[in-house]
Design a protein around this ligand. Sequence first.
Ligand code: G6P
Length: 741
Amino acid sequence: MRLQLRFLLPLLIVLGVAAWLAVPLMDRLTLRWFARDLAMRGSLLATALAESVVDATPDPKGRKLRALFDRAAQDERLVAIGLCSVDNHLINASQSFPKELDCESTKEIASQPDPTRRVGGGTVQVGRHPVTSEAGPIGDLVLIHDLSFIERRSQDTRRYLILLIAGMGGVIALVTMAVAQLSLRGWVSGTRALLRGEGLLRPLGPPLPELAPIAADLRSRLRDLQDEYRRAHGPETEWGAERLQALLRSQLSGDQVIVVSNREPYIHQRVDGRIEVQRPASGLVTAIEPVMRACSGTWVAHGSGSADRETVDRDDHVRLPPDDPAYHLRRIWLNPAEEQGYYYGFANEGLWPLCHVAHVRPVFREADWQHYREVNRRFADAVVQEARSDDPIVLVQDYHFALVPAMLRERLPRATILTFWHIPWPNPESFGICPWRREILQGMLGSTILGFHTRFHCKNFIETVDRYLEARIEHEHSTIAYGGAETLIESYPISIAWPEGESGSHWPPVDECRRRVFQHLGLPEGHKLAVGVDRFDYTKGILERMHAVERLLEKHPQWLGRFTFVQVAAPTRGQLDEYREFQERIHRVAQRINERFGATGRPVVRLLASHHGPEQVNELYRAANICMVTSLHDGMNLVCKEFVAARDDEQGVLVLSRFAGAAREMPEALIVNPYHVEETADALQRALEMPAAEQRERMASLRTTVREFNVYRWAGRMLTDAARWRLRRRIEERVERHSAL
Ligand code: G6P
């Protein structure tokens, strides 16, 4: 009803205004028509009476003339008639001739454009018509017409007009309402359909064409609402430490979890006579440590710290983390020759450059390979020692232990072995360089599940096996059967643990971090800060990054003195020539750039080649305008995820290499090809000028992804697959037992 009123009310107003304008106009028109009509009738009457008037005028008593006038005045539209002499005296008149009028006044009235007057309560029109005999002019015949009938007619016309307008209005209103009702019904049902999702979801077909703009609006609003909701509440079933623990309890019935990695999660170092605990710069450790806290298992790793031996018990165990022990670390001791051959040699001079296509030649030495095999054997032995049952879940980490899975399979055939390869896997041709390629593949296929960060790396691995081993590959299920056992090859993109609480509220506010970092670096307010945080490794694209900074300043000199790039470069593998030379080169390039742009008095590049703890790094992330991750090749890269997690203010821009596995999950970053200096410099410029709203939009979306796809989800997915595998094996064993009976 309200809706109909909305249609009717404007219509009624329009019609009212029309009537208000039309009625006086109509009045004026009818008056003019009738006045003209009367004037004509007056002339005719005067002409008709002229002869009789001439005849009757000689009558001295004027009776004849009077009788003539009385007769003529019986006409309903004629009030009176009179004859004025040539010198304007009333010669004779009908009885009805108004007293208020005489020849003088009638002459004056008749000469007006509007010859009407109010006389005796009514309106009259006065006309004067000359009468002439053969002897000459006799005078003027005065005709006084009654205009009251015009008023009556005018009222009638007004009534008809109003009725007509009202009638038309009624008809138009009815038609309008009918049409409005019909189209409204169409709209309402169309809009309801839209709200039900029909026409909003593409497979169900497009909405009515007239509703298309509304559909588009609704669609984008719904998306916004979903995003807002997800940002506010997080994913519906978020993975966290508790959920991972619940999974272990329910699906793996509290089975023992053992992790094997080269790098240990906490390193005890003797510094100035005191023991310090250090967290190593390692993506692997960043990811696995929170999982171990949740699983409360045993971690087997190389004890590389100068005070490590002093801090273990008789069984080489130490409880970690130091402030809130949740799991055991079993340290394995390596002598310098072993460390040199296995770690520096085969792992980091051979496999590392082999798998990262970073244009550094891999070096393979027979002696290194022997050490690699030997150390892998020692770690496998340690796992067997640590196992409390014959079927633990063993998480073998990275390229340091390619042989451990098969060694474990031999000793613990019922163990569930999950191997995760944290670095890229190259194509078969590249991998073919390795003289022990078959042994490496055979070793890895001892795994129950073999994980890589991306599908692309899985595909490369399967093709490599296809090329160098006689194995049965089931592409559909992504499994490889070799030596009587089957391995599932799956992608599990690794991540970080999302900071406690919604916003990592234990951190100092962003402004505070910025103030501290700026003070430390001597930067003025409003200065722009870009950061890079990496191990000092040639795969990280640090050189390319510095070239991009240099190019930015060439192309946009307005940033000189207003922009600083800080590179945290954690010392790593410094014993290797390739690393030493690379690190020296970076120092030289940083110096050259600073000298080149030295006029500003403030160095453009700040190379901080020392170990930085997680708090310091976090402070830098929170202070920065830009974070640069420009790896030339990277399995995943967790620095970009840490940066995003640190920015609870939803500000800051991530410049990310397309050759880092993370680029697939983080398209809201500014994705660059680090080999293309120009492109990276342009991305820097874009980041420097990016409005706060766009930064917020991108960062909020990145945060949603990293929060949802966190490391608990990574571990949870692998362990769920492991649980399924174990269940299948149990069923198979039961069936075998039954059939043997
Ligand atoms: C990469 C490897 C890890 C390794 C880390 C640090 O992330 O995938 O296995 O721990 O680099 O290297 P480092 O040789 O110092 O352990």
